[in-house]
Structures are given as C-alpha cells and as structure tokens.
Write a protein that binds this ligand. Structure first.
Ligand code: NIG
Ligand code: FE
Length: 398
C-alpha cells in the first residue's frame, strides 16, 4: 500500500490520549474511548474518524503506536554470565568496575563490522515493531572511542534510512569511565567528536551515565554546556545506581529527559517538577538488577510528565516487549493503565521529537491494531503478543 492510497480501519474500540504533550498529572489518566468507528487513513495521516460504514480491515482495539523512549540499540552479544553472577550476589557496579559490563559489550562492538552491527540491530527493531513499537530511540555508548562511537551512530543512521520506524539517535560517549586514559582526556576527546557528529548530523540528543561508578554531575557540566551550544538536546541516565543528584542536575540543565531515577531523592522531585524535564521510567532495569523501582507515583502526582522505555541492552535490560514493561509498570510503579498508554505513546513520542501518539484527524497514522478489546489484557498476559497490525505513517508494516 502506498502512502497516497486511502485505507479504512473499522475499530470496535479506540483508546487514545487527547491532551497536547507533555501530558502530566491527572491528564495522564484522561484517555478517550470511541466505539464502533471507521478510521480513514489518507496520505499517511488520519483523515477522519467517523461512524462505521465500510472498511478494509477490522480491529478489536486501536491505540496510537508505541514509542520506546530509551534503548541501547545497536549492540551485539550476550551478558548471560553477568546475569548469573548478579543472581548469585555480585552487583552491577562490581561487575562494571572489574572491567565487565559496558566494557565487555564495548569490546564486542569494537570487533563487529558495521554491516553485522546493522543486521543484528535491524533484527531487534523488527521484533519491537511486531510488538507495537513504531518509534524508538537508539544510542551509541558501546564504542567508547572516536572510531567506534561513530560506527554506532552511522549504524543508527542506516537503520533510520532503511526501516519504517521513526528513529532518533543519541550520542552516549560518556557511558563508562575510560580504562586507559584520564577522565579529562577522554571528555576532551568526546568534545572533539561532538563537533564532527554535529557537522554530519548524526545525533539529536547527547546523553551521559550520571551515577556512582560512572560520571558525577560536576564532571559533566562543561561537556553538556558545550553540547547545548552546538544545538544538541540533552538527556541523562540519572540516579540509577545511587543518588548522586543526577536527576536534579538534569532538570537544571534543561534536559529533555532524565531517565531511570530509581534512587532520586524525595526533595529532588520538587526540583524536577519546577522544570520542563520529562522523566523516562524504565521498570525493566529495577526488575533485572534487583533494585528498587522508581517512585513513579510521587513523580506523576508531583505533576511531572513521564514517558516509558525498555532500556533494551545486554546488561541491565535484555527485555524488549512493551507488554512486559507495562506489566511491571502496573505492578511495581503502580501506574494506571491509562497513564501507561499516555506515557508510552504521546509523551514518549513528544520526548523524542515526534508529533504522534494521538488518534485524531491530522495526526500521522501511527497505529496499533490489537487482538483484544481490553487494554489490560496486554500487561496481564504479557507473553501473548496481542498485536495484530502496525501502521506507521499510514503504511501497514505488520
Ligand atoms: O541504562 N546505566 C547505564 N546504561 C545502561 C546499561 C548498559 C549496560 O549495562 O550495558 C542502563 O542501565
Ligand atoms: Fe539506558
């Protein structure tokens, strides 16, 4: 089907956020329901939503397509041994500081050709798509030197050019402390690289792992001011392992998003609430590392818009299924189903810079057609893939 063709979906039920993003507070729960409608798609956009007459296809439930606000694609390899070590008592940080963790994956990525890195990553993104993900963030951070960070960013560019998904690139050169040089030298090198990335338009965001065992806020300030001066948007891995004031620092930097925040201090939540910064919640990481879950209720109730992501990576979250992220969000983040839908669609899309995530005339036809009419079935029976079809810009990709 080409974009210009007209296509009509008969939806028994539509569930969609309606507020302009970033959606916050009680508005996150205010999801609209429409029954027995035809969604008319034309030129890649939703043209009309009207009472059912005739259609090309029928769906039990239609929602906006999902946007995964945080992944670590591209990567290769397995860290199953570390999973086992953690289950026997070693911590994420102990493994990282012993040269494993991110360093281990980095060694594999350095040895992998650009084509192979692309092939593995494209296969992963196709899996995401089968589970309803239309848009996704990808990042570097396993290169950890100029050449290999660039290799990862070129792979992301190629993924964006060849896959139907809406893909955003983030540069995460400051993902681990350097093993063979000083932090000052490494940061200077990554600053040099930023100019090149900017010139070649290879990233939209700049990120850093701001945490114990990684980089502290005071080490990052100048680097991020430089990134901002080049026009990059900023986001942070913040307070995932320990509270180092990273989330608060991110809010002060005007970061688009601070992510994880498992250990954010109660008093810092108010600081974030005063800023424009979104919090990306990733319950997978808590589950996988055996760490506490982020104080999602406090964050949402403080009026902070939240997004959701899988953090798909070989260490702290080898989980890509949105249904499982939703399962954890219901159980451990105590989020309401409507809040989850809002976070995973309109808020995540907005964070990544896309206008999408609302089923409304004029919006891009980024839609998921589900085999169940009950949204709650998705997190409940998370192993079942309830996705029947996926549309991106009006094209049926699944
Ligand atoms: O988001 N915390 C830093 N980065 C990833 C983990 C990456 C890895 O362990 O390979 C995260 O949890
Ligand atoms: Fe991450």
């Amino acid at each position: 089907m080409s974009n210009a063709e007209k296509f009509i979906i008969h939806a028994e039920r539509i569930l969609t956020p309606t507020f302009e993003p970033p959606v916050r507070g009680l508005d996150m729960k205010r999801v609209e329901e429409y029954l027995d409608k035809d969604i008319v798609i034309e030129d890649g956009k939703i043209k009309d939503i009207r009472p059912h007459k005739s259609a090309d296809i029928k769906a039990r439930l239609v929602t906006p397509g999902l946007f995964d606000a945080h992944t670590h694609i591209p990567f290769v390899g397995s860290r199953a041994k570390e999973f086992y070590m953690r289950a026997r008592g070693k911590t994420y940080l102990e493994i990282l500081q012993a040269g494993g963790g991110i360093h281990y994956t980095s060694t594999l990525v350095k040895q992998t050709s650009e084509d192979e890195l692309y092939n593995v990553s494209a296969r992963y993104i196709k899996e995401f798509t089968k589970h309803g993900v239309v848009g996704i963030e990808c990042k570097s951070g396993y290169g950890l030197d100029k050449e290999n960070e660039m290799k990862q960013l070129r792979v992301i560019r190629r993924l964006r050019d060849t896959l139907p998904n809406k893909i955003i690139a983030t540069f995460l050169g400051l993902h681990a402390r350097p093993k063979d040089k000083s932090v000052a030298d490494y940061i200077a090198e990554m600053k040099e690289l930023l100019k090149n990335i900017s010139k070649n338009n290879l990233a939209d965001f700049v990120d850093a792992f701001c945490d114990k065992g990684a980089y502290l806020p005071e080490e990052l300030e100048e680097f991020f001011n430089f990134a901002k001066s080049l026009g990059f948007k900023v986001r942070l891995h913040a307070d995932e392992i320990e509270n180092v004031g990273a989330a608060k620092f991110g809010a002060r930097l005007n970061a688009v998003s601070v992510d994880h925040v498992l250990k954010v201090a109660k008093e810092d939540i108010q600081e974030i609430a005063k800023s424009q910064t979104i919090v990306t919640l990733i319950p997978n990481t808590s589950f996988y590392l055996g760490e506490p879950f982020a104080p999602a209720r406090e964050l949402i109730d403080a009026g902070i818009p939240v997004a959701l992501g899988s953090d798909f990576n070989p260490g702290s979250s080898p989980i890509f299924m949105p249904s499982f992220v939703m399962h954890l969000a219901i159980r451990f983040l105590k989020m309401e189903p409507e809040e989850i839908l809002t976070a995973y669609t309109v808020n995540s899309a907005y964070l990544l810079g896309f206008t999408s995530g609302i089923v409304r005339p004029g919006y891009p036809a980024d839609l998921v057609l589900w085999k169940t009419s009950e949204f709650l079935d998705i997190p409940y029976m998370w192993q079942e893939n309830f996705v029947e079809h996926v549309f991106i810009d009006g094209r049926k990709v699944i």
